[in-house]
Write a protein that binds this ligand. Sequence first.
Ligand code: HEC
Ligand code: HEC
Length: 200
Amino acid sequence: MTHMRVLLAAGVLGVVVAATAALAAAGPLDGAGSKVLNCAACHGAAGQSRSDAMPILAGAHPVYFKKAIQDYASGKRLSPEMEPYAKQVLVLGLDEIAAYFAAQRREPSRVKLDAAAVERGRTASTQCAPCHGPAGKGDADKGVPDIGGQPPGYLRNQLLLFKAERRSPGDEAVTKMKALLKAVPDDTLGDLAAYYSSLR
Ligand code: HEC
Ligand code: HEC
């Protein structure tokens, strides 16, 4: 080996060691964990988003998670940001990646909430409880997501998209919820988002 090659090899090794250390700090070095490293740029390490706009993936029910990925990949749920990543997940292994995020314990959003909005949202949430449950945990088998502790900005935005028929148009899984949301004023959608974000 020439001197140059030895230097190059040492450099590559250094990068590998640094990357391995970063991985070990982020969580277990399992197969799925290493397949979803690039999700962290938007969804946070191990899916624990700290942003108001990006959903937390940690603790997502697998049935719901898999449907979301399939809907993005097929274009049913429109998101130019998510579509390429959803297609990547289908190639890398949907079941394994869904199981990885389901196994992460959700760290609820720390975005500051307005206490009065949370209380108004609590009152309005009785109409959501038949499907989302009294604590917002949803129904893992029926594909109803756990929305407790999600960032309020993300929740509010999705509610507005549903109401305007801009999320998953024509999807029968959400016909009933959309019919309900049409009658809810936008301000109340913000209150509902604050309430569900506050749940632990
Ligand atoms: C460039 C930023 C970005 C990256 C990288 C990214 N996502 Fe997303 N993701 C988003 C955005 C934005 C949304 C919300 C889109 C919408 O409005 O439906 C989203 C939504 C999702 C949802 C739906 C969550 C819910 O509660 O409905 C899932 C599941 C998801 N992403 C999985 C992943 C996975 C797995 C990866 C890595 C393979 C990934 N994302 C990488 C930006 C990103
Ligand atoms: C008839 C059952 C039903 C009712 C009632 C209902 N939902 Fe839903 N909700 C669902 C289902 C099913 C989904 C998953 C949609 C999908 O597959 O894309 C969902 C998804 C959501 C999401 C998206 C979560 C995410 O991670 O992107 C939010 C937010 C939400 N519901 C809030 C509410 C609120 C607030 C109410 C009350 C005003 C409500 N829902 C009433 C069934 C329901």
